[in-house]
Ligand binder design. Structure first.
Ligand code: DPX
Ligand code: MG
Length: 580
């Protein structure tokens, strides 16, 4: 907020002086951000947003965190939103925002309310024949807004301080309600212009209530669906967390007593220590027992699930809709019924009070359950393998750990890791942008400094966004990065190989020294044997003053059997000939 102004009394009869806070468009935005729970916003400076950044800096309840480029800025905010519920990224016009919009597409796909704020041309230049820098060199300045409209749930262009409060509130409220990103563009000469003060924040954050009649009817129909089934199972999907319904899913599972599986994209959204948790359901690459139970079930209760080509392993594991009760953000569907305006959370809570016990899938699971066998440690001097890396990482996964698994074999290596209560797992399975994990881990660590963030990232992915390790160093965040160097794009090798899957090797540990420069405290290690890895892990756990990167060198063809099997099936789906 900008400094308070004192209004002097104009006549002797007037009341005593009163102090009012003068708001500007930028300070209004800052107040709204803090009101919705942001303690930080991510930024890259550029002349179109400098006045706005000054306004945001003036709000002492929020810190400005800088990123190395706008793509990383968007992903850092995306990671922050995973830990904090919402986030903001502030960039400059066009050259900045167009890069950030890729990450905003990711936030859309992953159901995360990230507010992208872009500086924009001066209002005086819009109606003239001026050409402006950072534009296409035409008189069209609207293309960015038009693109943003496709990638967000609300996109506004602010060119008048009088309308700014309404437009800012609309964008933020829509993002929070829809769990999708929003876009706010602010003309550079408007950011510091005075505007009205923000009203109560409840106007933005109060959830839409469920329609009570619809809710009642849906709960009755769903209870009937479940009681007509002999062996129901619950499948947890990625939208459950966005719906804020994780606790309610546990209550429903307790009430039905059936087996519960999570989809890979929803790993950690249901406690893996719960007695009814039976694993990760991912078609033929499911953890042992999970697929058998889902295939055996006659009533699949899908909570916030997304079935795409990857999660169905090239369309080989699509649940039969005749057996499915589907609960989405605001809709409940089952054979013969479709109900709207129902909050997922309200529905689960009400259904838990109504359903009967149906525990056949648990009885069956107990018959087929296989206990995990401990992996034999490799000799300390033996060449490092994927199996040995994950044998050593397994005990690091304690309740305060958040594992961030990059697209690539890191998905398949991360998914089987058993999570203790409260441990979290993050992946970006719908958008699948390689390189996401490094800035997302940075943003997550900014939001949750009390948690230990561990990133699993491949060599190819790391090369896209490596610069954000420098921001971890700058902010002294003790993130641990396991960089699995298998000399290339191994997941692509399994889908379809060619010379394009080979990459230039880097000295990854050396890179940390370069990022440290004169004042940083990052650590870089190379592990080519199990013994070296154990030493590096010990040093990483002891280090509190900055990140640790451990380059784990393995053979190019040392990948998980799940990746090979999944890759081949997805390749078959990609290779389907066009229909005649
Ligand atoms: C690509 C992928 O080294 O992991 O375990 O070796 O596969 P693995 P790496 O990080 O390589 C990743 C690579 C190239 N995907 O195998 S998954 C295509 C792709 C993508 N995102 C972007 N560009 C290309 N997913 C931004
Ligand atoms: Mg690789």
């Amino acid at each position: 907020m900008v400094e308070a102004d004192t209004i002097e009394p104009v006549t002797k009869k007037a009341k005593a002086p009163r102090t009012i806070k003068t708001h500007t468009v930028g300070s209004y935005l800052a107040t709204r951000f803090t009101q919705i729970g942001l303690k930080h916003h991510f930024a890259v400076a550029g002349d179109y947003n400098l006045a706005l950044l000054d306004q945001l800096l003036a709000n002492k309840e929020m810190k400005q965190i800088y990123c190395s480029n706008e793509l990383n800025c968007g992903f850092s905010a995306e990671g922050y939103a995973r830990a904090n519920g919402a986030a903001a990224a502030v960039v400059t016009f066009s050259v900045g925002a167009l890069s950030a919009l890729n990450a905003i597409g990711g936030a859309y796909a992953e159901n995360l309310p990230v507010i992208l704020v872009s500086g924009a041309p001066n209002t005086n230049d819009r109606a003239t024949d001026h050409f402006l820098h950072h534009t296409l060199g035409t008189h069209d300045f609207s293309y960015q807004l038009e693109i943003a409209k496709k990638l967000t749930c609300a996109a506004v262009s602010i060119t008048s301080p009088a309308r700014a409060p309404e437009q800012i509130d609309y964008a933020i409220r829509t993002a929070l309600r829809e769990r999708k990103p929003a876009y706010i563009e602010i003309a550079c000469n408007i950011a510091a212009a005075p505007c009205a003060a923000p009203g109560p924040v409840s106007a933005l954050i109060r959830p839409e209530p469920s329609d009570q009649e619809s809710l009642h009817a849906a709960v009755n129909a769903a209870a009937g669906f479940i009681s007509s089934k002999l062996k129901p199972v619950i499948v947890i999907g990625a939208k459950l967390r966005a719906a804020g319904a994780e606790k309610e899913a546990v209550a429903l599972a307790d009430a039905i007593g059936c087996s519960v599986v999570v989809m890979a994209a929803a790993k950690s959204y249901f406690p893996e220590t719960h007695p009814q948790f039976v694993g990760v359901y991912w078609g033929e690459v499911s953890t042992p027992g999970a697929r058998e139970i889902v295939d055996w079930s006659d009533g699949i209760i899908c909570l916030g699930t997304v079935f795409n080509d990857y999660s169905t392993v090239g369309w080989t594991a699509v649940p039969n809709v005749q057996n499915t009760l589907e609960v989405d953000f605001d809709r409940v569907q089952m054979p013969g019924h479709s109900f709207g305006r129902i909050q997922l959370r309200d529905f689960l809570a009400a259904l838990a009070r109504k359903v009967e016990k149906r525990d056949a899938t648990m009885v069956e699971y107990d018959r087929i359950r296989v206990e995990e066998r401990p992996v034999t440690p490799a000799k300390p001097e033996a060449k490092l393998t994927r199996t040995e890396i994950f044998r050593q990482i397994r005990p690091m996964v304690t309740p305060n750990v958040t594992l961030i698994a990059e697209t690539g074999d890191s998905w398949f290596n991360g998914v089987p890791l058993k999570l203790p209560t409260d441990a979290r797992f993050e992946s970006e399975m719908q958008w699948g942008h390689i390189g996401w994990s490094v800035p997302a881990a940075f943003g997550y660590a900014v939001a949750a400094p009390e948690r230990r963030v561990i990133t699993l990232v491949g060599d190819g992915s790391f090369q896209l966004t490596a610069q954000e390790v420098a921001q971890m160093i700058r902010n002294r965040l003790p993130v641990i990065l396991f960089l699995i160097n298998n000399n290339g794009y191994t997941i692509e090798v399994e889908i379809h190989d060619g010379p394009y899957n080979n990459i230039k090797n880097w000295d990854y540990a050396g890179l940390i020294q370069a990022f440290n420069a004169e004042d940083g405290h990052g650590q870089g290690f190379v592990a080519a044997t199990g013994g070296q890895l154990a030493t590096a892990i010990k040093a990483a756990l002891a280090h509190q003053d900055g990140p640790t990167l451990i380059e784990c060198r393995i053979d190019r063809d040392d990948c998980s059997p799940e990746l090979i099997s999944w890759g081949h099936t997805v390749a078959t789906a990609n290779g389907r000939p066009p229909r005649p």
